[in-house]
Design a protein around this ligand. Structure first.
Ligand code: TMP
Length: 218
């Protein structure tokens, strides 16, 4: 591994639709840049021209569950090889709105595929590669639902799912936390935006310090 790669950091954000993740992603990116980090802020599915086209399909078109899972990984493979890994090799940090934990949660849990096919695709596409740190924005289902109902006018295929789907998705996220406690930071996203920002600022300060970086104005 190059020195640049060792100094880089791959951060991912996860959570149910309506958990408040999108409220915080730009703020986190700005905060890291203020602290002097060269950052690529991106998302899945998406992050490349092909990935964004696949995103449109997967969020709108009815399809078989295996097709849905394969398209998530097709978009991810393109994103990983053309955006994420090159950025990390240059020593940049990458902040990604969703990654493979979302496939375990939504396809594995919500849709009921289970973890085994996802683990096989993950091994093929990623090998041992995984995020350095994952922030899970966690809220009870009722709160996520209320935020979704307030905020969106044209819900996508996932946002239209019912309570049982999101209960299974949330449980699968919690199973990921239990399996990889060293990687996850669970953010109680029922709190106010200001409170959550305070928590995130403290987490980012600690992360920067652990990489020998000055937390600066954070
Ligand atoms: P977003 O609204 O957070 O951008 O996410 C788009 C939707 O895609 C969201 O409902 C979760 C879903 N999704 C999956 O089902 N599996 C995945 O692997 C990813 C990355 C997202």
């Amino acid at each position: 591994m190059s020195d640049d790669r060792r100094n880089a950091c791959f951060l991912t954000l996860e959570g149910l639709d309506g958990a408040g993740k999108s409220t915080h992603v730009q703020w986190m990116a700005d905060a890291l840049r203020r602290a002097g980090i060269e950052l690529v802020c991106t998302r899945e599915p998406g992050g490349t021209a092909l990935g964004e086209a696949l995103r449109e399909l997967v969020l709108r078109e009815p399809m078989d569950l295996r097709t849905e899972t394969l398209l998530m990984f097709a978009a991810r493979n393109e994103h990983l090889r053309t955006v994420i890994l090159p950025a990390l090799e240059r020593g940049q940090w990458v902040l990604c709105d969703r990654f493979t934990d979302a496939t375990y949660a939504y396809q594995g849990g919500g849709r009921g595929l289970g973890p085994a096919p996802i683990a096989a695709l993950e091994a093929w596409v990623q090998g041992e590669f995984a995020p350095d740190r994952t922030f899970l924005f966690d809220v009870p289902l009722a709160v996520a639902r209320q935020r979704l109902d307030e905020g969106r006018d044209a819900p996508d295929r996932f946002e239209r799912e019912g309570a049982a789907f999101f209960e299974r998705t949330r449980a699968a996220y919690h199973a990921r936390v239990a399996a990889h406690p060293e990687r996850f930071t669970v953010i109680d996203s029922t709190q106010s935006i200001d409170h959550t920002r305070g928590v995130l600022a403290a987490e980012l300060r600690a992360l920067l310090a652990s990489h020998g970086r000055d937390p600066g104005g954070l």
